[in-house]
Write a protein that binds this ligand. Structure first.
Ligand code: KIV
Ligand code: ZN
Length: 388
């Protein structure tokens, strides 16, 4: 039977850390309700100790959400955890996400500590968090660069202390997909109590590998992906929710499914982009303005004969506007005829041959040829035909 991959959305926490993306309480609440309607399983609403405003936003979201688990971030610090517990109090389902850096980079440079001390702090943090909820997620920050044998000891200890999900973040986006997959497989094979917890992928995109790494992680046995709408997040961003959801959907042979309503992916992408004032790059997979645009003659000809020649996803499946045939100097006759037809002009093959030369003359002077340019071409051509 297919296995569920839990979608942990962190748009309102890791995504909101992006410079310029800060949200006020009202905006956070609005997006939280939409993310719940989208079908995310866990929604990381914020970092309650970070500011009174974030505390209030997490508290309000915890009051309002009925289906999704509401999660609050904390460091492995008692006060952080208490504040997160307080902010999450009204939630129907609540999770505390606590953790600490486990790579030697973090242990030495950030904490001036040693592996044993960090392991103790990790265990203590989980035990504090368990006083507020049975649903505790531990993050081993910079797990991507943490030695696997030490990471396995930390994972075993935090599960023993009561963590029900263990997040294995590739915080710096360093890992290659096979390395990240091997890390998850190593934990599955070497942590004796690993079956008592869900392993989670939290991958950053510094090398453009966040999505590939998350997929490698679930193939290796992780069952949760942490991701954001439009791939927003620290530096180069996080794993993009829309990408992992559609990979899982397109590649059914992997044997996974998610609870996400894919038809809402484009509407929510636009909503997040507008609310956070962070435009989406046009060539972004699934939700970019060009994700369903065809502009070269070879592609247009194939697409117009059968859409599946150049589209693996139908736009309506992800709530996008219908596919576009864009006219540029690289477009061909089929596309030109198609666009004329859409405007109500049915020219025959000879007409199109003649019009195509005129079209190219216009197209070479512009980035894109629009309907109004086509109307002018049609008018001039029809007038010339009458006089001829
Ligand atoms: O990237 C990271 O390691 C994080 C943790 C706080 C989970 O965002
Ligand atoms: Zn992160």
């Amino acid at each position: 039977m297919d296995q569920k991959i839990f979608i942990f959305d962190t748009t309102l926490r890791d995504g909101e850390q992006v410079p310029g993306c800060k949200l006020n309480k009202k905006e956070k609440i609005e997006l939280a309700l939409e993310l719940e309607a989208l079908g995310v399983d866990i929604l990381e609403a914020g970092f309650p100790i970070s500011s009174p405003g974030d505390f209030e936003a997490v508290h309000e979201i915890a009051t309002l959400l009925k289906k999704a688990t509401v999660c609050g971030l904390s460091r492995a610090v008692q006060k952080d955890i208490e504040v997160a517990g307080e902010a999450l109090k009204p939630a129907a389902r609540k999770r505390i996400h606590t953790g600490i850096g486990t790579s030697d980079f973090h242990i030495k440079s950030k904490f001036n500590s040693n592996r044993e001390e960090i392991l103790e702090r990790a265990v203590k943090a989980v035990k504090w968090a368990r006083q507020f909820t049975d649903d505790v997620e531990f993050y081993a920050e910079d797990a991507g660069r943490t030695a696997n044998d030490y990471l396995a000891r930390v994972v075993e200890a935090v599960i023993k202390a009561g963590a029900t999900t263990v997040n294995i973040p590739d915080t710096t986006g360093y890992c290659l997909p096979h390395q990240y997959g091997e890390k998850i497989a190593y934990l599955i094979n070497n942590v004796p109590n690993v079956d008592k917890a869900v392993l989670s992928c939290h991958c950053h995109n510094d090398l453009g590998l966040a999505t590939a790494n998350s997929i490698a992680g679930v193939i290796a046995g992780a069952r949760q992906i942490e991701c954001t709408i439009n791939g927003l997040g620290e530096r180069a961003g996080n794993t993009s929710l829309e990408e992992v959801v559609m990979i899982i959907k397109q590649h059914g042979h992997l044997g996974f499914f998610t609870g996400i309503n894919a038809t809402q992916l484009n509407p929510i992408s636009r909503k997040v982009a507008d609310t956070m004032r962070m435009p989406v790059q046009p060539n972004k997979a699934i939700v970019g303005a060009n994700a369903f645009s065809h502009s070269s003659g070879i592609h247009q000809d194939g697409f117009l004969k059968d859409t599946t020649t150049y589209e693996i996803i139908a736009p309506e499946e992800v709530g996008a506007d219908s596919s576009k045939i864009v006219l540029t100097a690289r477009s061909g006759r089929s596309a030109l005829a198609y666009r004329f037809q859409k405007l109500g002009h049915s020219f025959n093959r000879n007409d199109i041959d003649a019009l195509y030369e005129q079209f190219l003359a216009v197209a070479d002077t512009k980035k894109e040829v629009y309907d109004e340019d086509l109307e002018q071409l049609a008018k001039a051509y029809q007038a010339a035909s009458v006089t001829a």
